[in-house]
Design a protein around this ligand. Structure first.
Ligand code: SF4
Length: 381
């Protein structure tokens, strides 16, 4: 680092090049180095290093799955400022609440689209108990035994466990006994307590989220992790979030836990219809920088997944050269991101996802929820 005659600190490009070179070869970078890269590395150089990592791990392949969302209710007592999806009570005209039977019927209709996964997350209210989810998973597995259930964020596990006055580990034992296959990565937001106080002050803290994922890994459940970025967080807070995830993955790998993180999913904040609708949301450059940085910091995560609904199709395609190697699925029935003013369609067809990947110069590969290849001719979904 040098101090210019104008008093501004300037980092040596040789230093940045050396960090990028180490990271692109799979070497570990420190939190300080990651902040330096985020703030000062040329975007194209950051992207090229992340692309080198993604290609070393996955070649030209970009995976995706064919899935649908079931969001049992939008009534939620947590009331996060960041949320455009939830309503406080069933008196709100926008409120909805599905029974187990209604969701099983809908899942059976959706199965005609060739889905391999149901992604089940929703609002938290005392009617949606652990028993409700046990019934739901049991019924879904009876009706659609081949379909994976990616369900219940750590925040939801904590909520249903507290309703039942049991530990999160006991709640997971019960859901896993009736077909809970993998856990999504939602609810992580940004681990910084400062930022959580602004955007989600009643949501459980990072320590609870991390503890439940640690439990899940020990118990054999594969999970994902998200970062909601582009609102109030600083680059250092963004990096700290990634480093805490990297540390937890190190723990799972060092202890040979049967579960671990499969994918990191950087989610750009969509301010529309939230308490923070005055914010602009992250720029294209912020999205690409965050994706590329995550590929370099999370050297022990197999996949960096693009949630195309929130990134937009254009940035998703571009980001395939900035470290993305995996896409969220066809997402039929997605309601949560679509409660904002997002412009992306409600679900992409199987063919459109493949076109998106091909347009980004990569080879599309369908996978299941555990990243095994799915061999079939492309179908409309
Ligand atoms: S973000 Fe999740 S926990 Fe927060 S209000 Fe929305 S549904 Fe509830």
């Amino acid at each position: 680092m040098t101090l210019g005659s104008d008093g501004v600190r300037r980092y040596d490009h040789l230093m940045i090049d050396a960090i990028l070179s180490r990271a692109s070869e799979g070497g570990r970078i420190t939190a300080d180095e990651a902040v330096l890269l985020y703030e000062s590395a040329p975007l194209e150089d950051l992207g090229a290093a992340a692309d080198a990592v993604a290609r070393r791990l996955h070649g030209d392949e970009v995976t995706y799955n064919v899935n649908a969302h079931l969001n049992p209710t939008n009534i939620c007592v947590v009331g996060c400022g960041l949320c455009a999806f939830a309503v406080w009570t069933d008196h709100d005209p926008r409120a909805y609440a599905y029974s187990v039977d209604q969701l099983v019927d809908r899942a059976q209709e959706l199965s005609d689209l060739g889905i391999t996964e149901l992604h089940i997350v929703g609002g938290m209210t005392k009617e949606y108990t652990l028993g409700y989810y046990e019934d739901l998973f049991r019924e879904l597995k009876a009706a659609l035994p081949e379909v994976f259930l990616t369900a219940l964020t750590a925040v939801e596990i904590d909520f249903v466990a507290k309703l039942e006055r049991i530990s999160a580990r006991e709640a997971l034992e019960r859901t896993m006994a009736v077909g809970h296959d993998t856990m999504p990565g939602g609810g992580a937001e940004v681990f910084s307590p400062r930022v959580r106080r602004i955007i989600a002050d009643r949501k459980v803290g990072a320590d609870v989220w991390l503890d439940i994922h640690r439990d899940a890994h020990e118990m054999g459940l594969k999970t994902n992790a998200t970062l909601l970025f582009g609102h109030f967080e600083t680059p250092a807070e963004k990096v700290d979030h990634m480093v805490q995830l990297r540390d937890l993955q190190d723990h799972a790998l060092a202890n040979e836990h049967p579960g671990r993180f499969q994918a990191f999913i950087p989610l750009p904040f969509l301010p529309g219809n939230t308490e923070f609708s005055y914010l602009p949301g992250p720029s294209r450059e912020e999205k690409l920088r965050t994706i590329a940085l995550s590929r370099l910091v999370l050297d022990n995560f197999p996949h960096i997944k693009g949630h195309w609904v929130m990134l937009g199709e254009e940035v998703t395609s571009e980001a395939l050269s900035y470290g993305l190697d995996d896409l969220s699925g066809t997402l039929t029935e997605e309601r949560i991101a679509h409660a904002t003013t997002v412009q992306t369609p409600l679900g992409l067809t199987h063919e459109r996802i493949r076109e998106l990947v091909t347009a980004g110069g990569r080879a599309p590969v369908e996978r299941d929820s555990l990243y095994a290849r799915v061999a079939r001719e492309p179908v409309s979904a």
